[in-house]
Design a protein around this ligand. Structure first.
Ligand SMILES: [Zn+2]
Length: 331
C-alpha cells in the first residue's frame, strides 16, 4: 500500500484532509486503544509524516510518480531536465495547494508532531486540581507551632510529549507512553501556633499542576491534633474528657477546655462522667462542623496543702449525706 492508500487520501488532498484522515485512523489504531494496531499505527504515522511535510511529500511523489506534470517535462539534458522538473513541481504544487487550502503555509508550522508548537495553539488552559491531605500533630505542637515536611505527589502532562504519549509514532521516551509524569515533592510546612483542631492550611500552587498554561491547584492540609487518652474523634465530633477539681464540681463555674480555645459553663453539683455537648465546636471539614462532647472527670490534685486537707476534714464532719445510701433508688 502506498502512503495515500494507507491514509485513504489522494495526491490532491489538502493538508486539512490529510490531517483529518490521519487523526481518524490514529484514533482507531492507537496502541492504547488497539493493541493489535501497533504496526498499522506505525504505517499510518509514517505516511502522515511524509505527506504532511512538503519536502518529504515532493520527494515521495517524485519517486513514486504521483505527479502528472512529471511526464510533461521537456526532454533535454538529464541534469537540467531533472532540475527543471523539480522546479516545475514545486511551483505547480505550491500554486495548487495555496488555492486549495488557504491555511497552507500556516499548516506547515503546525504539524501534529511538532509537539511544542502544536501545544501552544491547542487546548484551553486547564487548572490543576487541589490536593487534600491530613496532617497529625501533637497537642504541644498545636500550641507552640511546628515545622513539618509533607510528601506530595505532583503529576502533570509529560514535558516531552505534552501528554500526547507518542512522538513520531513511537512511545515517548520520557513518560514511556503514559503521557503523564509525576514527581514526589517534599514541602516544608510551617504550622502556626495555636492552630485549631480541624482547621486547614492552604498552600497556594502546591496542588496538581495546571496544563496548557492553566494555574496550579492548591494543597490543603487538614490539621488533626493527635488523640491522647483524653481526646478522641468520632467523625467530626471531638470526645474530650476534661478534668475538674472537686470544688469546681461542687460550685460549678466557667471551664476553659485545654488546648481548644473553648469555654463552657459547668453547672454546680456536676458529677464525674456527666457529659456536655458543645454544638459546632468539633472538627470542621467541607463546610460541616461536628460537636465537642465533654465528659467531666473529677480528679484530685496531686498535691494538696495541709490547709486543704483540713478543710476536707471539716467537710467530712459537716456532710450529713451518705452518697452510697440510695445507690439503687434511682429506678
Ligand atoms: Zn511523554
Amino acid at each position: 500500500m502506498n502512503y495515500y492508500e494507507i491514509l485513504g487520501v489522494t495526491p490532491d488532498s489538502t493538508k486539512t484532509e490529510i490531517k483529518s484522515a490521519y487523526r481518524k485512523l490514529a484514533r482507531k489504531y492507537h496502541p492504547d486503544v488497539n493493541p493489535e494496531g501497533v504496526k498499522r499505527f506505525k504505517d499510518i504515522s509514517n505516511a502522515y509524516e511524509t505527506l504532511i511535510d512538503d519536502k518529504k511529500k515532493l520527494e515521495y511523489d517524485t519517486l513514486n510518480g504521483f505527479f502528472k506534470t512529471y511526464q510533461k517535462a521537456p526532454k533535454n539534458d538529464q541534469n537540467a531536465q531533472k532540475k527543471q522538473k523539480n522546479d516545475e513541481f514545486s511551483s505547480n504544487f505550491a500554486k495548487k495547494r495555496a488555492k486549495k487550502n488557504e491555511k497552507f503555509f500556516s499548516d506547515i508550522f503546525s504539524s501534529l508532531f511538532e509537539g511544542e508548537k502544536y501545544q501552544k495553539k491547542s487546548p484551553e488552559p486547564e487548572n490543576g486540581s487541589d490536593i487534600n491531605s491530613d496532617i497529625t500533630i501533637s497537642l504541644r505542637e498545636a500550641i507552640k507551632g511546628a515545622q513539618r515536611v509533607v510528601n506530595v505527589v505532583h503529576s502533570g502532562p509529560c514535558p516531552r510529549c505534552g501528554g500526547r504519549k507518542f512522538i513520531n509514532g513511537s512511545k515517548c521516551p520520557v513518560c514511556s507512553g503514559s503521557g503523564e509524569y509525576s514527581i514526589h515533592k517534599r514541602i516544608n510546612v510551617k504550622i502556626p501556633a495555636n492552630v485549631k483542631n480541624g482547621s486547614k492550611l492552604r498552600l497556594k500552587g502546591e496542588g496538581g499542576e495546571g496544563r496548557f498554561g492553566g494555574k496550579n491547584g492548591d494543597l490543603y492540609l487538614f490539621i488533626r491534633i493527635k488523640g491522647n487518652s483524653k481526646i478522641s474523634y468520632v467523625g467530626l465530633d471531638i470526645l474530650y474528657t476534661v478534668p475538674v477539681s472537686p470544688y469546681e464540681a461542687v460550685l460549678g463555674g466557667e471551664i476553659v477546655v485545654p488546648y481548644m480555645d473553648v469555654r463552657f459553663k459547668l453547672p454546680p453539683k456536676t458529677s464525674s462522667g456527666q457529659k456536655f455537648r458543645l454544638a459546632g465546636q468539633g472538627l470542621k471539614k467541607n463546610g460541616k462542623s461536628g460537636d465537642m462532647i465533654i465528659t467531666v472527670s473529677i480528679e484530685i490534685p496531686k498535691t494538696l496543702s495541709d490547709d486543704e486537707v483540713k478543710l476536707y476534714e471539716k467537710l467530712k464532719k459537716l456532710s450529713a449525706d451518705n452518697i452510697r445510701e440510695n445507690i439503687f433508688n434511682d429506678e
